[in-house]
Design a protein around this ligand. Structure first.
Ligand code: ZN
Length: 315
């Protein structure tokens, strides 16, 4: 009987579930809105329904477990703890809930860590022992692999690159502090930068036609592709802040490559070209030119593959 695992990627906006085999083949996947349910129990009930339907549909496959990538998910405590991008507070015992309900083993880690394992097992990092994956979406996350092992730290929370402080008097962050990297480099960070630049400039730009509510990083991206001055400045500023931070990260971990993953990847060279220049500008001389910078080639499936790999890699 073919062994499969269920991978669940919990993001601030969407939760993606997939049923995956050992070769990374996704038999089926579905997306639910993470913030739809006010109660965590109701959200879990929707996940249980999906798993139940797959158990009935894939009777010829052996489901060997559930892997979960979630914001602030700890492999050590098996709980999601006070995630800034989720509405449910406190310690969410998601592993226990799934194991009690189905009897499958369940492994939880940070969403970015799960994506990093996906890149390592199925993606462009297959042959790398030292690399970093940066996920840029609602927030900014990272997974750091040193000598072939994911860096978890003693409590399972290592790799919170999105919450390094880049400006002590900077923007308010969902974590309760000020000036974290993800307040600048994320979908909402891009939007905040656009409005900041609009406030300081008289330049004509299509971005002025949008309210704060309606403007999205996707619109800023399209405007930049169309040559809009302010939109291009937004990417330039985003690239500078991320580039400086990555140069610091390179000095600490000396990775062979840094992979970028998430909605921001759709901006392509718009972000990547200035980013490469800023990384090079701010890098310590002995690290210059040694670290490859690229987008993940696993695209939208990497997080689910990574979550499922938490179970599959032990096969
Ligand atoms: Zn923060």
């Amino acid at each position: 009987m073919n062994s499969v695992a269920i991978g669940i990627d919990i993001g601030g906006t969407n939760t993606v579930l997939g049923i995956v085999d050992i070769n990374g083949l996704i038999y089926e996947s579905c997306i639910i809105k993470t913030q739809k349910h006010n109660l965590f129990e109701e959200y879990m009930a929707e996940i249980f329904d999906i798993i139940d339907s797959w158990r009935l549909k894939y009777l010829d496959k052996k489901i060997i477990g559930v892997g979960i990538g979630a914001p602030n998910g700890s492999i050590v405590t098996a709980c999601i703890e006070s995630a800034a991008n989720l509405k449910w507070t406190g310690k969410l015992e998601i592993v226990k809930l799934i194991e009690d309900r189905f009897g499958f083993p369940c492994i939880l880690t940070n969403d970015a860590n799960a994506a990093t394992i996906g890149e390592m097992v199925f993606g462009g990092a297959k042959n790398f022992k030292d690399f970093v994956l940066i996920t840029i979406g609602t927030g900014l996350g990272s997974g750091i692999v040193c000598n072939g092992e994911l860096l978890y730290g003693h409590d399972g929370f290592a790799g919170e690159f999105g919450h390094i402080i880049v400006d002590h008097n900077g923007r308010e962050c969902g974590c309760g502090r000020k000036g974290c990297l993800e307040t600048y480099v994320s979908a909402s960070g891009i939007k905040r930068t656009a409005f900041e630049l609009l406030a300081y400039s008289n330049k004509e730009t299509v971005l002025r036609e949008y309210s704060y509510q309606d403007l999205s990083s996707k619109i800023v991206c399209q405007a930049a592709i169309d040559g809009d001055y302010i939109a291009l400045k937004v990417f330039e500023k985003t690239a500078e802040i991320l580039g400086k931070s990555l140069a610091n990260l390179i000095a600490i971990t000396s990775p062979q490559a840094i992979f970028l993953y998430g909605g921001i990847a759709k901006s392509g060279d718009l972000l990547l070209n200035p980013l490469k220049q800023y990384v090079d500008l701010y890098c310590l001389s002995n690290f210059k030119g040694k670290c490859e910078l690229k987008f993940s080639d696993l695209d939208g499936n990497i997080a689910v593959l990574g979550a499922a790999s938490l179970i599959l890699k032990s096969c």
